[in-house]
Design a protein around this ligand. Sequence first.
Ligand SMILES: [Zn+2]
Ligand SMILES: [Zn+2]
Length: 229
Amino acid sequence: MKGVWEKRYERCLICSFCNSRICHRKQSRTLKNPNRWFYICPHDKKFNKWEDDVKPHEWILVPYCGGCSAGLCRVKRVFSGSHPGRIMFLCRVKEGDGSCGYRVWQDELETMEAARQAEENRKRDAEEVEAMISNQNQLKVLHEHISSTKDRLFQIEAEVSCCEVEMGLLKLQLEKLSKNKEVLEGKHMIASKELEQSQKLLEEKEAEQNAAFDRARASLEDRIVPAYI
Ligand SMILES: [Zn+2]
Ligand SMILES: [Zn+2]
C-alpha cells in the first residue's frame, strides 16, 4: 500500500511549532553531524528534528494537488470540537491567486485511497485468477496434445514392428529366390554344356555323313562314268 501512496504523495513532517506548515528538508554540513538530514520550519527557519529522530507516526503523506499541476498541497490543521487537529490538504496556490480550489480532508482522502487500493487489488486478483484459468486451459490442451502424440507414437511403433516382420518374410523369400536362381544357373550351365556337346556330336556326325556320302558318290561316279564314254 505504501508503494502506491508514495507515487502520488510525499512523506512530510509538519512543523511542530506552527502546526500547519510542511517542514523543509536540509542537510547538515557541521563537523559534529556531517551530511545528516534535518527539518526546519519554512517560516522562521527554526530547527524541528533530525530526520532519523522522526517517529513513524509523525510522518504524514501529503498529496499532490488533485485539481491542477501546482504540486504538493498546502496543509491546514483545523481545530474544531468534533475533530481536534483534523488535517486538510489544499491547492498550494492561494485563493484569489488562481487556485484551482482543490481541498480534501486527510481522513476522507485516506478512505478514498483505501477504496482505490482495494479496487486495484480486486482487479489484480481477478486478473490473476483469469491468468490461472487460462494457464490451466493451456495445460489441459498440452496434456491432450501429449496423450494424442503418445497414441500416435504407439501406432507408429506397431506399424514399424509389423513392417519389420514383413521385411523378415521378404528377406527369407529373397534368399530362397537367390538360391533358386543359383540352382537354375547351375542347371543352365549344365544344359548349355550338354547342348554344346550335342552340337559338336551333330557336327561330327554330319561331317562323317558327308564324307560317307562323298565317298559313295565318288565310287558311284567311278562305276557310271565309263558307260557314257
Ligand atoms: Zn513553523
Ligand atoms: Zn491546484
